[in-house]
Write a protein that binds this ligand. Sequence first.
Ligand SMILES: *[C@@H]1O[C@H](CO)[C@@H](O)[C@H](O)[C@H]1NC(C)=O
Length: 472
Amino acid sequence: MPHQHPLLSYIEYYFYYYPIFLLMMVILVWPCLHFFIKKVSKPTIKMPPGPYPYPIIGNILELLSHKPYESLFHLSKTYGPIMTLKFGTLTAIVISSPEIAKEALTKHDLAFSNRQVLHITTALGHNKVSMVWSPVCDHWRTLRKLCSTNIFSPQRLESTSKLRNKKVQELVNFVGTCSTKGEAIDIGNVVFITIMNSLSNTLFSMDLAHYYGASDDDHHGSQNFKELIEGILDDAGKINVVDLFPILSFLDPQGLRGRCEESFKRLLEVFNDIFEERMRLKVLSSDKSSFGGTFYDVLDCFLDLPKVYESSELSRHHLLHLFLDLFIAGLETTTSTVEWAMAELVHNPKKMAKAKEELLQILGRDENPKESDISKLPYLEAIVKETFRLHTPIPILFHKSNFNVEINGFKVPKHAEVLVNLWAIGRNSSIWSNPNSFVPERFQEWKMDTKDNNFDLELEEECVLQFHWYIE
Ligand SMILES: *[C@@H]1O[C@H](CO)[C@@H](O)[C@H](O)[C@H]1NC(C)=O
């Protein structure tokens, strides 16, 4: 056996041991290097504190014991008014103090201008054309402008108020009939129908549902409309696994998106039929000028806009989806608020008596309450505000951060979901005395106070009024 050249053996040795050598170097040197880099580079900003996330599921378990906003409120007692939570692949920053919410939503409004798109809103591509869900862009601005000039401007509201007054009168009559007959009424149900019809009359001068007890069977189709909307609201209130694990979106494990798609489709069909019918009437009335084809509603306004249904920027498609948004958002917030306000008043007979007295004093026995009377009823207004505080119709605001920002000294990374827990702000004992009791008087006293304190409520009002669903 010939003796091996020493150089060869050296090379062999080197190649054999080199990987191990390298590994050892990495193990020994890397921590030192890491430490050094950290020292030299400027101090990094920390993420807000939060509970330790489990692998894969993150902090989902922390949410399961109560309602999500309640669980988050309890967590914020430990981790403070701004905290980090992990849900699946999402990083969520939860804000539960008015000061930090204000900083986030006013100072950094650009970073948080977009809302987190919930999976169910992607049904039929709704999120792409919706005024509520689509990102800030040209057609979004056009839609907003269209709404503020054609639906929510004082003149428009004034001119459509007759339509709504009529609906309120119908409600008063229905309640009157029930009370003389001694029948119980389902407040949630009648309010739902009243608001739905006020909206549909404002938009296209027609009723979509009738009070139960009125002539029953022939309105089956219109009650369907109500069920469709209720179904969507129901599904929207559920926690969707796909929102936490976007990877699963093609599976749609709870079937929420599929169901929504079906309901959206049917609602859009209803709107489309109304649209078609109106176009037909318009053509008819322009042929014979005497034909009464003028409605003083929103749909008429839209159709009179120059070429609104042909322009590429804003098509009929957009309008139909806008109607969808208006119905869903308008019904969700208002119905629950009225239901809660009545529930609280039933539990507080003294406050109920006070409210009744105010109504009697200001309106007398006048059978026709008008929208303009609302400003003369400060106690009623305080009741509404107090109901918003205790039973926030939208307990959590969802935003998405468009880039890295610093809030209250903490880092909020790009793409994080930013949740403002309005429910927690409403129940925080360092902001409100006796936070869990229903005391409308606190808002009457506040009137004299500095404007500053009003922020919490402004925030809540903002969430409701953000879209100006103020069809009262
Ligand atoms: C209550 O509000 C205060 C002041 O905004 C805030 O510092 C505190 O963290 C809040 N508490 C909870 C539990 O959110």
